[in-house]
Design a protein around this ligand. Sequence first.
Ligand SMILES: *Cc1c(COP(=O)(O)O)cnc(C)c1O
Length: 453
Amino acid sequence: MSLRDLPSVDSVLQTPAASELSSIYGRPLTLQAIRHTLENCRLSHKQGDPAPGVANIIQSAGSILDSWTAPTLRPVINATGVIIHTNLGRSPLSAGARQAVLETSLAYSTLEYSLSSGKRGKREKHAEEQLKRLTSAEAALVVNNNAAAVLLALSALARRKEVLIARSQLVEIGGGFRIPDVMRLSGARLVEVGTTNRVHLSDYENAITDRTALILLAHHSNFKIVGFTSEPDLKDLCELGKRFNITVVHDLGSGTLFDTAQFGLGHEPTVQESLAEGTDIVCFSGDKLLGGPQAGILIGKKTVIERLRRYQLARAVRPDKMCLAALSATLLHYLKDEALETIPIWQMIAATTEQQKQRVEAWIAELGFGTCVPGESTVGGGSLPEETLPTWLLALPVRHPDAAARHLRTTDSPVITRIGQDQILLDPRTVLPEQEADLLSGVRSLRDQVISS
Ligand SMILES: *Cc1c(COP(=O)(O)O)cnc(C)c1O
């Protein structure tokens, strides 16, 4: 067949098979897919391929339509053992938070409406009152994420002024968030103090000028300085700030309301501790160790928070109703002292090693293959670098680990795994109980590739 035999767009579109595609995908998109297919046929004809018939054209258009309309944001099963996995969407939401999101998205809501007065209400009231109650902070402000919180604080409080920050804290957090770059963007001038490994209170004091507006403390995030190191006490720094009338902002990154040490992990500085030491503003993420939706939370002194609220940038980074619904429901778990039992990431952190072993053994009993080996889970999300929780893993020795991992990723319920010593390793700690059946059916389809011991 030559190019002249290639059917016209209209003649393809008029076939019953194309009508069927139109009824599924709509006429405009179907038309676009047919055009796209015919264009491809012309190109491959130039390479010497024969022109295809109508049936083949429809079939290609059908696969193109499938791929154009397949969702790109899909749920996955996280069997990596990294609890706050930024690439996998950080914290899964609690049942309460999910319900709140659903209800708020289905109907109109009291986002900025007061039922008692029948007048305009405040968006601020939803999560901010709860944050104050939980932390005893004077005031709170919720923004889109913690990067926005840091940018807002620097812009509103230190534009055209100087900000002191320890050299040891000039870090890059995942996703290209670099403290020096954010500083530049805010219009604040960065003044580095101390050395990479050691920073003293006197380094801060000596750097203070009449242009100094702010001292910024940033969590080192996913990076740890060991050896001959020191940073001044937060309390001393806050006193220095007070003495010179300089605002102290603490970017906690993950920010936890619980002490992680009770779970055998290192101590991650808590939000309450930072406030108690006297910081003016503490900021942290909503979807790291808080276990809620993406959000940036700023809490602290009322006068400072009000300055941030009034600054125009605050309007550009404000949270939406779904975020506020999920955040408020998450905070309610903390208020009711039920967070450890209801928030998925805390359930994962609190789960014992023995419980992990029982889950893996139950999986093996169901599958009839695989072995139970000791391993380590990590918290992730830039908190507690180098810290691990002991766990048990389902290990599957396979001939081609990369191919097997790809196979698990591309099943209907994608399973994300680790590979170690030529084995596929699955950590039950990050697998939600309701995902177990899907996980097992994915793993079962690997059976032929598993080398029996
Ligand atoms: C994660 C992190 C941020 C950025 O928070 P997002 O909520 O991802 O915007 C900022 N600072 C520190 C120290 C962090 O760990």
